[in-house]
Structures are given as structure tokens and as C-alpha cells.
Write a protein that binds this ligand. Sequence first.
Ligand code: IMP
Length: 428
Amino acid sequence: MTATAVIGLQWGDEAKGKIVDLLTDQHDVVVRYQGGNNAGHTVCFDGEKYKLSLLPAGVLHPGIVSVIASGVVINPEAFLDELSGIENRLGKTSGDELLISDRAHVIMPYHLAEEAILEARSKDNAIGTTMRGIGTCYRDKAGRSHAIRMGDLLHPDLLKTRLEEIVSFKNVVLKALDANAPQLSAAEIFETYQKYAERLAPHITDTTSYLHKAIATDKKLLFEGAQGSLLDIDHGTFPFVTSSSSSGAGIHSGSGVPERAIGRLIGVVKAYTTRVGGGPFPTELHDEIGQHIRDTGNEYGTVTGRPRRCGWFDAVASSYGARISGVDHLTIALLDVLDGLGEVQICAEYEIDGERTTDFPSHVEELAKVKPVYKTLPGWNSDTTAARKLSDLPSAARGYIDTICELLDAPPAFISVGPDREQTITCD
Ligand code: IMP
């Protein structure tokens, strides 16, 4: 078994990017397999900061192949901008180093236009999306008749005919949703996307076949999850989720690589909980501790800049995330953000209508009723950012880690105590 996967167990933003970056050198191929440019992470590499959204962390490492697999939705403009930014700093990336699946779906201007109208009309019930056309693109993928895949960009005649048909339909829908909606031109979109296609063509290929050959020749694969298990379209806190399979369940559908190829699955959690957008959040803190976590952890979205909602670690939610994804090891990130707090809390059980449970509710209305039952632990009044081994940590911080691992029923692989690569404790 040659593959490792890194998956978020909360509502995204668990600092997966740092762990993927740390593990990249031990692998040959890094694979993104779901989501799109709604994801975002900052990687500190060679003393420089890089913001990645669609590109796998492999692009920062010479000699490593990066794959954007079939389950991803791609906005070509955003992709090319991000690629140019990286190429300006690190040099040209060839088609052999960065592969895009011909089966991946394309985000089109009408996806962005429709999402903007839907979110604005939803008012209090808005999902609070990243407004990147992710959900509207995945909806067309599931609906099939209005979907365009990366492979279609390489067939101009087909693309032209499809766009004429789709854009005339989308214009009717947009007008019906909002009388002031802009009307789109199929000819203009075709021309713009033809230009994108010229630049994208060297990268577009059958990545499923590439990955199967890589496994057959014992290449080491690293799967990089985007978002987190609780945002999974099937298993997350629906409807306040993203539109892809962002738990471990999505690795296979999004890449075409079977489950038996995955040798190790590392689940990543923050030492506390955050979420962006709408939806119930049982351990959310609306007080000065929540603000302290937001400021100390720089909890503002990489993609949208939105302040993240912050709260105590929710072991009921995260262990549900761990069960769906099937984790072997944990990474606990941003432990240092809790430095200096007099005491720390972990939600170990939920109380719903007077009943205690460790089951995670399947309906959002039940989740909204949850009263968290906390375990209160002593805080640590010292700086953990210089710790490089578990024994460097104060005993209260070690007790905190042990409690999380016990509640999630998985041993720790890494503890992260700062953004830099070396601010990482590798656990034996
Ligand atoms: P969408 O993925 O843009 O459709 O947004 C759906 C929900 O997922 C919203 O609550 C977003 O804030 C959330 N979301 C999407 N991507 C991320 C991410 O990378 N981190 C955290 N939340 C995300």
C-alpha cells in the first residue's frame, strides 16, 4: 500500500496544508481530488509564504508530480492566476509535473452569477458559501445536461455547440431569478475559454489512468483533502456543507483510486474548533475567549478574509468526522493558540432534550438544540511554540492532547505549535 491521505475532521481550515507540505517530500505524487478554489491554505516554504487554493502542495517541491483529479471543480481563470503566481516565483511548471483530469468539471461564469443571486435571496438561511460557483458547478455535474468537463475544452466544436445550448437556458434562469441579472453571451464565453484551453491543454490528461500506473509502479501517493469531514455533502451538517465529498469517503470517488490503495489516513484537527458560513456550532464562543482564539490563531479566511467563528474543541463532532473518514493517526494543530488560558474545555458529550449522547445528530435542527457537556482541564501558562518533542510540552498540554486522542480513539502523529515547518512535534 503506497498512499497516505490527509483529511480534515472538523469544518475545514484545520491546517492540513502544513501537514501535506511536511509529508510531500516522502511522496512522489500529490493529489487534490475534490472541491475547488473554495479551499485555501498558506504554506510557509523556504522562508516564504505561499497561498494555495487549487494547486496541490506538490507544486512547491521540484520533482514531485501534482495531480488535480476528476472530483475537483476548476475555475480556469483562478487556476491560471494561481499557477502564474507560483511560476513567477519558482519557474515554469510542465505538463508532466502538473496534471489536470479531463474528467474534472469546469466552473463557468453562469455558475458564479447564479450563486450570487441564490445566496442573496436566501437571506437568513444563506449557506454562507465562498461565492466561487462551487455548488452551482457541482449541481450541473449531477444534473449532467449542462455540465462541461475539462476534456470538453479540447474539443472546440463540441464546446461551442454545448455553450450555445447551455447559455441560452442559463439566461432564462438568471432572468427569472433576478430581473436585473446580466445576460451572458455564449460567443464571448467560448472565446475566453478557448484562450484558457490553449494554456491548459498541456496539463489536461486522464489522471485516473496516470494514478493507476503510478500505483502499479510503486510510486508513493499523497492525497490532500480540502475542507473537512463535517462539510461533506452526504455526511456533514447538511445543508450547511460544501458540495463535494470532503471526508475520507471522497478520496476514491474523486480520484478513481480504490480504498485498498490507502495505507495511512491522517485526520487533522485544530486544538479548538472553527467554522465559516452558516449552520449550528455547539461549542461556539461569543465571548472574549472566542475573540482571543480568533486573534491569536489568525482565524480569518484565506480565500474570503471572513472572520471564522471560534469555539472549544468538540470531541463529539470530531470523532464523528474521524469515524466517517476512518483515521489511523491524528494531527492536532494550533495547540499554541491555547497557550496562556487559565483552563481549557473539551466538549465530550452532547445534551439534546435532556438526554446525553456521544452520537452526532444527522439533522441540523437536532444539532441546533445541542447543549455541550464539557470536560474542564487545566490550562498551561507557558509558550509551547518552541516545543519540538512531546516531553518539551507542559504536562497540562500533554494531558489535553491525551484527552483528545482518547476521545477520538486514535494516536497522535504530529502536534503543530506554530506555522513554520520546524514548529512540529513528530510523535512516535
Ligand atoms: P462552498 O464550498 O463555497 O459552496 O461553501 C459551502 C460552505 O462550506 C460554506 O459554509 C463555506 O464557508 C464552507 N467552506 C467551503 N470551503 C471551505 C474551506 O476551505 N474551509 C472552511 N470552510 C469552507
